[in-house]
Ligand binder design. Structure first.
Ligand code: DGL
Length: 272
């Protein structure tokens, strides 16, 4: 296996990271991908930094068993809590995330410097988005809002336009943000890209909505290109591993991938 053909190792707290895989496949169809979803411990978004960091280190340890050329922290909560720890422990492998790409894009696109961020409790409490957006533009005003009802609703299939429950919940969360005059909104959670259409409709024309999953894939492509690590192989391989039931993951995968997984799913005990 050449350096370029090595796998991109992607992990998430569960299934949501598939929105990142979807964007990676769309922007870089030739890449080999190993995905790990920690479905036995999902959600991470309600947990403490210490607990999330412990899980993340096990996730990355599992991925590092494979021939990987990059680590992608595809979970906003994991990236917010444990990015520094991963970089410190795996200094020989480039680490990419979701927070910095979305923060960078928001800082670039905002005109009135008022940026909204919606995410899990843990991501909002970490302050990672504020810190990262300010590293790109110290004058930007960042208004963050935890939206804990969204992950369970999306996982229950309540994400389609016309679903009154999700539309009402989103209106309640988003109206105060809209009233504060933000012109850019970051979807700082793997699940929120599924709500993109409803969110853009509620926010209206004046607000640019940024998917952290799409931004992550764009930044990853740029990063791999700069390191001369983009694969040009004609065949690409995808393998998925989960820490709980594989059938369950497969059953829900389609809604996050929007397409077939394009690879096998296997349940593993990563503590072994
Ligand atoms: N993947 C998480 C995120 O992007 C959402 C699900 C969870 O709370 O684990 O923040």
């Amino acid at each position: 296996m050449t350096e370029k053909e090595k796998y991109i190792g992607v992990f998430d707290s569960g299934i949501g990271g598939l929105t990142v895989v979807k964007s990676i496949v769309e922007t870089m169809p030739n890449e080999n991908i190993i995905y790990f979803g920690d479905t036995a411990h999902v959600p991470y978004g309600t947990r403490s930094k210490e607990q999330i960091t412990e899980y993340v280190l096990s996730d990355v340890k599992f991925l590092s068993r494979f021939n990987i050329k990059a680590i992608v922290i595809a979970c906003n909560t994991a990236d917010s809590a444990a990015r520094d720890t991963v970089e410190k422990n795996y200094s020989d492998i480039p680490v990419y995330g979701v927070v910095a790409p979305a923060a960078k894009k928001a800082a670039k696109l905002t005109k009135n410097k008022k940026i909204g961020v919606i995410a899990t409790n843990a991501t909002v409490n970490s302050g990672a988005y504020e810190k990262t957006i300010h590293s790109f533009d110290s004058d930007a005003q960042v208004i963050s809002l935890a939206c804990p009802l969204l992950v369970p609703l999306v996982e229950e299939g309540r994400f389609k336009k016309g679903d009154q429950v999700i539309e009402e919940v989103l209106r309640e969360y988003l109206t105060p943000l809209k009233d504060q005059g933000i012109d850019t909104l970051v979807l700082g959670c793997t699940h929120y890209p599924l709500l993109y259409d409803i969110i853009t409709e509620i926010m209206g024309n004046g607000v640019t909505v940024i998917s952290s999953s799409v931004a992550a894939a764009e930044e990853l492509k740029k990063g791999l290109g700069e390191r001369n690590l983009l694969s040009n192989s004609k065949i690409s391989e995808r393998k998925y591993f989960v820490s709980d039931n594989a059938e369950d993951f497969e059953k829900h995968a389609l809604i996050f991938m929007g397409n077939a997984l394009g690879g096998t799913v296997e349940q593993v005990d990563i503590e072994e």
